[in-house]
Design a protein around this ligand. Sequence first.
Ligand code: NAP
Length: 214
Amino acid sequence: MSDITIVGTGNVGAGIAARGVAAGHSLPLLDRDVDTARQLAGTLDVDADPGTVGDEPTGDIVVLAVPFEAAEEIVADYGAALSGKTVVDITNPVDFDTFDSLVVAPGTSAAETIAGLADDGVHVVKAFNTTFAAPVRTGEVAGQPLDVFIAGESDQAKEKVSGFASAAGLRPIDVGPLRRTRHLEGFQFVVMTLQADPASPAFNWDTALKILTP
Ligand SMILES: NC(=O)c1ccc[n+]([C@@H]2O[C@H](COP(=O)([O-])OP(=O)(O)OC[C@H]3O[C@@H](n4cnc5c(N)ncnc54)[C@H](OP(=O)(O)O)[C@@H]3O)[C@@H](O)[C@H]2O)c1
C-alpha cells in the first residue's frame, strides 16, 4: 500500500490515522511539534514515521487534517513538493466567532480556495469533512460504516481516496467535481450547528451523515 501522509495529528488526524491502520497503510505523520506526532505514532500499530510540518510529504496521498487557514498556508508553502500527489482537504471553514456562517464567500468553498493556492499538478480532493473525529476513529456509527463524500476534478485522485476509504471499512461516494464542495461544506455546517444545539440533545458530535439504502 502507498503511504498516506497526515499533516496535523489532532482529533481528526488521529481518527484518519486509525483508518489508515485499518487499511494497512504506512503513515508518515507531520505536526508543528514533532513530539505531538511522535505521541500519536507511538499509539499506532504500523510504521508511522513522525516529522514536522515542512518536512517532505512522502505519501502519495497527503491528508491536511488542520484548520482551513492552516491548510491554505501549508499548500502554498509546499508548492511544487505536492505536485502529482492527491491532497485531501477535510476542512469545515466555519466562522467559529459567530458559529453562524462560513468564512468562505458564497459561490466558492474551502476546497476550491485551497486548490487555487496549489501548484499545477496537485490534485485536491475533498473528503472526510462530514465524518466527525470520534466516529472516524472507529469507522462506524450504530454498526453502519461511515459514508465518505468525495469531490474533486481528478477521477484518478478520487479513485485513490475511494480506495483508501474502502480498504478502511468505509463507504466512499463520489459526489462529482470540486464545486460540489460548496454544498458538502454548507451541509456539514448545518450538521455541526445541530450538535451544538441544546434543542438536539441526542446529537453530540458522535453522529454520522449517511445515505441509507433499502
Ligand atoms: N473535529 C471534527 O469532528 C472534524 C470533522 C471533520 C472535519 N474536521 C476538520 O478537520 C480539521 C482538523 O480538526 P480537528 O478537530 O482535528 O482539530 P484539532 O484537534 O485542533 O487539530 C488541529 C491540528 O492542526 C494543527 N494546526 C493548527 N494550526 C496549524 C498551523 N497554522 N500550521 C500547521 N498545523 C496547524 C494542530 O497542530 P498543533 O498540534 O501544533 O496544535 C493540530 O495537529 C479542521 O479543518 C476541521 O474543520 C473536523
